[in-house]
Design a protein around this ligand. Structure first.
Ligand code: ADP
Length: 428
């Protein structure tokens, strides 16, 4: 870079810092959000100043759950089978080929069934363009309500992202975008018709929860931009978690039939599982145990009964866990017995039944509703119907079960696994 360019950029930075410093005095901002602003400001400055793409293979990290092909990547935008209007938009922006992060992330971001993803790479490598493309691709313009939510840490970054979206969607006039940032107001209880909302956490929470101008449970794409900045700031962290939780809780349990079985002890629980297997056809099952010891014991019993069983527990290395999951996803094992390590982070379409061999509880022995949700959310995914069975032995477990039932306000029905007619019914 020539000195001249460097100098011009330095001046630009100092001008922007001045602008942002003035904004910082804004009495809307708490001491806490000032911290966010500084990390977010740096990111904004880099975004504004950077004229083009930073080509880099370094600092690129992606965590994803792609059951089919984790190493899949594309070298051209055409290979992504985008809507032609979006492809036109990308080319109009002067993008010829995907950057490294786009090449690696876009197949997952656009995959069906949808996948979750965390991606990290240095500033200017094309992350924003990647997730904006995913946001635009997933909009169904026939539905006139918000389906995509993007949270940014600051006003300025939200606007930047919105501008990228508007440019990329320049040939898709039917896609509507709304900013949820300071200065934007809505009439409480009116209904937004825009497909995409980009905003800051507090404003989004107000709109979704207090004013109810959009339905959080209808959100299909959730983007947390600058996630590291967000989670490092207490206020934002809490708001983001709340927004995400509201989306999940509402979406959950709708298509899952929940049962509990009264058992006397572990042997009895095992019998219940045997009876269920005898009564209905089960694609794949995940069974959650509280301890590794129980998981190992149960795996031994089920294997000797002829089931193909895999065990996943916290003592395995990450590579070993991935290998177990890959085999399970490929259908090589039909039963996965696991301790809590798995409760979040697995999408296996074929899982028809989740069994809580032990009910989830926290360290104090109280019902752990969030873990319950994550566990049984492993079944009934992608709009399919799922079955969740809770094996209850004794009063304490029963209390946990009742607590969970009240918490989610969804009935958990008694199932008599000694009665084959009853078991048959749960299969439908
Ligand atoms: P990040 O979010 O990682 O900081 P951006 O998505 O903002 O990166 O991209 C940085 C710059 O590179 C922007 O000016 C953007 O328009 C440009 N850019 C992004 N993807 C491409 C691409 N595939 N080809 C050319 N330029 C690109």
């Amino acid at each position: 870079m020539s000195d001249w360019v460097q100098k011009a950029e330095d001046q630009e930075i100092s001008r922007l810092v001045n602008i942002l410093d003035i904004k910082k005095d804004d009495n809307e901002k708490s001491a806490e959000s000032a911290d966010t602003a500084s990390a977010a400001e740096t990111s904004l400055l880099l975004k504004i100043i950077r004229k083009g793409l930073v080509e880099s293979n370094l600092d690129l990290e992606i965590q994803r759950k792609d059951p089919k092909s984790p190493l899949h990547s594309v070298k051209t935008f055409e290979a992504l089978h985008l809507k032609p209007e979006l492809l036109k938009g990308i080319y109009a922006m002067g993008f010829n080929a995907p950057s490294k992060i786009q090449e690696t992330a876009l197949p997952t971001l656009l995959a069906d069934p949808p996948q979750n993803m965390i991606a990290q790479s240095q500033s200017g490598t094309g992350k924003t363009a990647a997730f904006v493309l995913a946001m635009l691709s997933r909009v169904d313009t026939k539905l006139e309500y918000p389906q995509v939510l993007c949270i940014s840490p600051t006003y300025e970054l939200a606007i930047q992202t919105g501008e990228v979206a508007a440019r990329m969607a320049q040939f898709c006039p039917e896609i509507k975008l709304k900013f949820a940032v300071r200065g934007e107001e809505v009439t409480p209880n009116s209904k937004l018709k825009d497909h995409i909302i980009i905003g800051t956490p507090g404003k989004l929470l107000d709109w979704g929860l207090k004013y109810r101008v959009f339905d959080l449970k209808k959100i299909r794409v959730f983007v947390l931009d600058e996630a590291d900045v967000m989670i490092a700031t207490q206020g934002h962290h809490d708001q983001c978690i709340r927004i995400h939780k509201l989306m999940r809780e509402q979406e959950s349990l709708e298509n899952i039939k929940q049962y509990y079985v009264n058992c006397m002890n572990e042997e009895d629980k095992y019998n219940a599982i045997q009876n269920i297997y005898a009564g209905i056809t089960i694609g794949q099952a995940i069974i959650f145990c509280h301890t590794r010891k129980t998981a190992g014991w149960l795996a031994g019993k089920m294997s000797s009964d002829g089931h193909s069983v895999a065990v996943l527990s916290g003592d395995l290395t990450v590579e070993q866990r991935l290998a177990v999951l890959d085999r399970f996803r490929a259908g090589l094992e039909k039963v996965l017995i696991t301790t809590n390590v798995l409760s979040r982070g697995i999408d296996v379409e074929q899982v028809t039944i989740v069994v809580n061999f032990d009910l989830p509880m926290d360290v104090k022995g109280n019902a752990d509703c969030e873990t319950y949700l994550h566990r049984i959310g492993r079944t009934g995914r992608f709009g399919k119907n799922g079955i969740a069975i809770n094996l209850v032995d004794g009063e304490k477990a029963m209390n946990i079960c009742k607590y969970i039932e009240n918490h989610f306000k969804k009935s958990i029905q008694l199932l008599d696994t000694g009665n084959s007619d009853e078991i048959e019914k749960i299969g439908y």
